[in-house]
Write a protein that binds this ligand. Structure first.
Ligand code: PRP
Ligand code: ZN
Length: 290
């Protein structure tokens, strides 16, 4: 039997936490069915040669570097902190957050010099150290692996450096964000070397991921417009190739169908209305192959 037919792509995702649900959802949107058991370490997909390993996100870079997993989905912040021998393959656009410094809300914060000779608790000592070095600040870095946000309250540190997403963890712990150290999002990482068979599977998976992400970034737009304004409207809606124009039963009017970037929509909507567009519908796209 051909060796390539036996290949399985092993993907490591976060077992539980901020990224785990979205990572599972991404595989699902790619049409991959995995029986995500609640307490499993491993599960297989039924319709794609893929195996999912459920791990602590902090451990994923090591597992990928050691070739126990071929690829992994985790926060860019963890990838940079761990600095293992892995490649960043693709940004995934979800779990956007920032790694920030924070101090007690009542603290009078003059600027980064506040931290000179102070103690900062974090799970990201390497990233923090290089940030402080660049700013010329020397501080004591206390590495702790979890519940960093309670450190100032219990007198363990003067400030923290941790992930901020909605900001609610800081808020409920009486802290305020002072400086952004880095921005982060979920990324896919991979082993430095993948064999031909695994690489082919990865390419197939990446094609699906990109189609899902393109679809999420775009919307299908339908509108009715007077024929004499069609050219102006088309120039606002270039679409994938060119928009589809269909005559309406109502003489002198046409229906225009196109694709528009979600973040551009709000900018052109007023212009479309000024040109006489009516009955504007914006519809989600499930997959978009480009
Ligand atoms: C981060 C951070 C906070 C929370 C902040 O943890 O340590 O607990 O997210 O989010 P919020 O601003 O929305 O309240 P993360 O999910 O990275 O978990 P981990 O360190 O346990 O892997
Ligand atoms: Zn973690």
């Amino acid at each position: 039997m051909n060796q390539r037919d036996n290949e399985i792509l092993r993907v490591a995702i976060q077992k539980s936490g901020r990224l785990s649900e979205k990572s599972q959802e991404l595989l699902k949107e790619c049409g991959i069915s995995v029986n995500h058991g609640s307490n499993k370490l491993k599960a297989s997909a039924s319709n794609f040669p893929l195996e999912v390993l459920y791990l602590r996100d902090d451990d994923i870079p090591q597992y990928v570097a050691d070739n126990v997993a071929d690829i992994g989905i985790l926060g860019e912040n963890v990838v940079i902190e761990k600095a293992k021998e892995v490649k960043v393959i693709e940004p995934l656009g979800f779990a956007k957050c920032r790694l920030s410094l924070a101090v007690k809300r009542e603290e009078n914060y003059p600027g980064i010099e506040f931290f000179q000779s102070k103690k900062i608790a974090t799970s990201y000592p390497h990233i923090l150290k290089s940030f402080l070095d660049k700013k010329g600040i020397s501080a004591e870095i206390e590495e702790i692996s979890g519940s960093v946000e309670i450190a100032p309250g219990i007198g363990l540190a003067d400030g923290i450096c941790d992930i901020v997403s909605t900001g609610s963890t800081l808020l409920t712990n009486g802290l305020k964000e002072t400086d952004v150290v880095m921005k982060s999002q979920a990324v896919m990482i991979g082993a430095m070397e993948l064999g031909v068979g695994k690489q082919a599977l990865l390419d197939k998976l990446l094609f699906r991921i990109r189609s899902v992400r393109n679809a999420q970034k775009n919307k299908y737009i339908l509108l009715n417009a007077p024929n004499d304004k069609i050219q102006d409207i088309i120039s606002l809606l270039p679409g994938m190739k060119s928009p589809t124009i269909l005559p309406l039963a109502n003489e002198g009017w046409s229906s225009v169908h196109s694709v528009i970037k979600e973040d551009e929509f709000w900018e052109v909507i007023d212009k479309l209305k000024d040109l006489g567009a009516q009955g504007i519908l914006i519809v989600p796209i499930e997959k978009m192959i480009v």
